[in-house]
Ligand binder design. Structure first.
Ligand code: B12
Length: 356
């Protein structure tokens, strides 16, 4: 393929990506990424917590050629999930919890995957005989690092991919292919001297610029951690029930972040600032119904209720105790012990207030 042909093909792909609803599309040439040194150091420090798959993915992440033989190009697209609704850092009622912005609508693993699949189909139409693999989140690929090399953002101090126009409320999707495409230039870092994200993280999970210790990250604790949440971190979790948006909500690049009209990301009823009391009354069946096809289902009922109980404790509302009480006798030890913690926390808060 001549350079001219590669350039035309790349332009056509970009146009198609925009038509499919992606906000950005760039191409990174497959090469050794310096970022992989940071990745290895991160694993060595145990910052991946219990996410063992990140260790298993290491070799393939180093070499995309192990996924697609003769891989030459990585096409990275971003998809805006921001909607016009409050930030976690805005004041909200003490009886309300917080579900992460990205989880207000449908599961992006489904609807963004459909879009990247369609883009891949178009690529194979334009360049018959090429091969590739596409992923949204779950593949053994360092998505944000490739996105930076594809010129669609930089790696912020909060570790998120930030784009100067779009901000960071974006999902990433990519295609690894052996097709020859016209590469973009990596995007330079524009965080400057700002440290708002580092300063705002309640658990100190951003231990330095660009380095996140998942063991302390509220998003990890509330979504990925399967068992007990360490007591020392429960208070700092505040009323987060699923994921966390703080390090993005304080980012100045998100102040004017555009919103998406995609039906899949529009908040479902009760997704924004859900009432904790109401959530404590869900049984397994009602949980499954309410969060069908939503990212929230990932925690399953058990993990979700553990988080809701912690949020209830942190709400400091005496009337919450009546809703926590049934869990004190729950057959699952995790829910029983978390309920005890929540119940006692409200008790101790009440005592402090009475004494004051
Ligand atoms: C594991 C994982 C998590 C973990 C760990 C997060 C993390 N920071 O690594 C947990 C569960 C905590 C998590 C949380 C979230 N996640 Co997540 N997650 C992933 C996943 C599957 C892998 C990420 C990974 O490999 N991390 C390993 C570390 C080492 O990578 P890194 O932090 O990006 O570090 C890089 C740089 O910062 C730099 N670096 C590291 N150390 C150093 C040191 C120095 C000195 C320097 C200069 C640079 C540097 O090099 C590293 C390698 O490139 C990706 C999907 C994928 N396949 O890539 C999604 C992904 C990163 N997550 C995503 C999202 C949306 C989230 C949340 C916003 C969800 C939420 N609201 O709760 C939060 C954001 C938290 C945060 N600040 O990162 C999006 C991010 C989109 C974007 N615009 O950035 C992704 C890309 C999924 C997707 N397809 O859309 N996530």
């Amino acid at each position: 393929m001549t350079e001219m042909e590669a350039s035309t093909l790349t332009k056509k792909l970009r146009l198609r990506a925009l038509e499919l609803g992606f906000a950005e599309c760039g191409v990174a040439p497959v090469e050794q990424l310096e970022d992989m040194q940071h990745y290895d150091a991160w694993l060595e420090h145990g910052f991946h917590a219990d996410m063992d798959y990140l260790r298993r993915h290491r070799e393939k992440k180093h070499d995309p050629g192990l996924i697609v033989p003769q891989a030459r190009s990585i096409i990275v697209c971003s998809f805006v999930y921001n909607t016009r609704a409050p930030r976690s850092t805005d004041a909200h009622a003490e009886g309300d919890g917080w579900i992460s912005r990205y989880a207000w609508g449908d599961d992006y693993h489904d609807f963004v995957l459909k879009k990247i699949r369609a883009l891949y189909a178009y690529l194979t139409e334009l360049a018959p005989g090429c091969s590739g693999r596409y992923y949204v989140d779950t593949g053994p690929v360092l998505e944000r690092a490739w996105a930076q090399h594809a010129g669609i953002g930089w790696l912020g101090k909060n570790t998120c991919l930030i784009n100067p126009v779009l901000g960071s409320y974006t999902f990433l999707a990519l295609i690894i292919t052996d097709a020859e495409l016209h590469p973009d230039q990596p995007m330079p870092d524009r965080c400057g001297t700002c440290t708002r994200c580092l300063d705002a993280c309640p658990t100190g999970a951003l231990i330095e610029a660009n380095v996140l210790d998942a063991n302390r990250c509220i998003s990890y604790l509330a979504i990925e951690k399967k068992d007990e949440i360490p007591e020392a971190l429960r208070e700092e979790m505040g009323r987060h029930i699923f994921g966390c948006d703080i390090c993005q909500d304080v980012c100045p690049w998100n102040r004017r972040a555009p919103v998406s009209l995609e039906p899949g990301v529009q908040p479902r009823e009760g997704a924004v600032n859900p009432a904790i009391k109401e959530l404590l009354q869900l049984d397994e069946e009602a949980f499954r119904r309410r969060f069908r096809k939503s990212p929230v289902k990932r925690t399953k009922f058990r993990g979700f209720m553990r988080n809701v109980l912690i949020a209830a404790g942190n709400s400091r509302q005496p009337e919450m105790r009546a809703y926590i009480a049934p869990f004190l006798e729950h057959e699952d030890e995790l829910l029983r012990t978390t309920a005890r913690w929540a119940y006692d926390r409200i008790g101790s808060t009440q005592k402090q207030e009475d004494a004051a």
